[in-house]
Design a protein around this ligand. Structure first.
Ligand code: NAI
Length: 345
């Protein structure tokens, strides 16, 4: 199948090439993000392979349909960036990689927690300058703290397993309670109780209409003073401006973000020679108790291999049968506030 691969990075090409050494599918790699300006590049391709910050709103999908695209294969688990109603209307099938390495994301979330708690980012900079003073570097034992896990699916449960190993108390908030949660000792609570009782709150739910700005000013007001917030799910689950107010007041003691509401204009590119125009993001970077990583929680060798393998499986299935076990449909929950946004960078 001819596949137009958008937002291509050299490290991804390596995995995709080694997964399909005989070139069963013909990939054209485009470094450009998929959007209204670049959609015409898909001309002559049956499938588009897209990542999290590619834009798959109605106008883009209409252009892709006009170019003859019939399949979208996402290199991600999340599909909140696809207008599934429009895809359905245009008879474009959308497949994803539902799980590639929950360990990768869970371990990154815990890395953020541990770094923030023990202030490793500050210690690293200090020691390199010959400053071995300990003032300002004190943490607390993770053992005995309470973690509130919002979304106890694949990644949330992995996170729970790691934190249980630390001897932490686990609170969970989800629409469903998976059987394993009981064995792990996760106590399910209302969102309000979880926010009130947790020392560390970690987000592992998808972005849906219900979770958009789940962490807003009201949620923050319920948190323990000095609570730590970790978001490795999707940027829009958190109201960033409200979080900045929470940091300024001290209500939020530490913040670890791997995702950001406006990340499509920033992440996955080297902007080190440019002036960042996003003042909200820039403000985040001024706090000593904030760590931001650029949507890298998924980024392990194991996850990259799995993404390539499952994507090829999706293409094989779609080519052979027109169907695929990993299809997402309009019945799947989604939200795409980005369609309301200006596309100018
Ligand atoms: P999953 O589908 O296994 O688990 C999600 C859980 O969230 C489910 O148990 C679901 O019931 C729960 N949930 C859904 N709506 C909810 C609501 N309104 N309130 C509370 N819980 C709700 O998904 P998985 O694999 O654990 O991934 C979770 C999210 O992590 C993905 O949707 C994606 O946004 C994000 N992710 C981030 C990555 C990164 O690199 N930062 C990489 C992969 C995923």
């Amino acid at each position: 199948m001819k596949v137009a691969f958008f937002s291509a990075k050299p490290y991804e090409r390596e995995f995709f090439k080694s997964t399909d050494p005989n070139g069963i599918h013909a990939f054209t790699y485009f470094e450009a993000r998929l959007n209204r300006e670049t959609a015409s590049l898909a001309h002559g391709h049956v499938a588009v392979c897209a990542f999290v910050n590619d834009r798959l709103d109605e106008p883009v999908l209409e252009q892709l349909a006009d170019e003859g695209v019939r399949y979208i294969v996402l290199r991600s688990a999340g599909f909140n960036h696809v207008d599934l109603d429009a895809a359905h209307r245009l008879k474009i099938k959308v497949a994803r990689v539902p799980a590639y390495s929950p360990y990768a994301v869970a371990e990154h979330a815990v890395a953020l927690m541990m770094d923030l708690n023990r202030k490793i980012h500050r210690a690293y900079a200090r020691v390199r300058e010959g400053n071995f003073a300990l003032e300002g570097l004190m943490g607390v034992d993770m053992h005995g703290l309470t973690a509130g896990i919002i979304g106890t699916g694949r990644i949330g449960l992995c996170t729970a397993r790691i934190l249980k190993g630390f001897g932490m108390n686990l609170l969970g908030y989800d629409l469903y309670e998976p059987p394993e949660a009981k064995q792990l000792g996760i106590e399910y609570a209302t969102l309000e109780h979880l926010l009130t009782a947790s020392d560390i709150i970690t987000l592992h739910c998808p972005l849906t209409p219900d979770t958009h700005h789940l962490i807003d000013a009201n949620a923050i007001s319920l948190m323990k003073p000095g609570a730590m917030l970790i978001n490795t799910s999707r940027g829009e689950v958190v109201d960033t401006k409200a979080v900045i107010e929470g940091l300024k007041s001290g209500k939020i003691g530490n913040l670890g973000l791997d995702v950001y509401e406006e990340e499509e204009y920033l992440f996955f590119q080297d902007l080190s020679d440019k002036v960042i125009q996003d003042d909200v993001f820039s403000r985040l970077l001024t706090f000593p108790n904030v760590i931001v990583t650029g949507h890298q929680a998924f980024f392990t060798r194991n996850a990259m291999e799995a993404i390539a393998r499952v994507t090829f499986g999706n293409l094989d299935e779609l080519e052979a049968t027109g169907k695929c076990a990993n299809l997402v449909s309009p019945e799947s929950h989604w939200v795409m506030p980005e369609v309301l946004r200006d596309d100018n960078f």
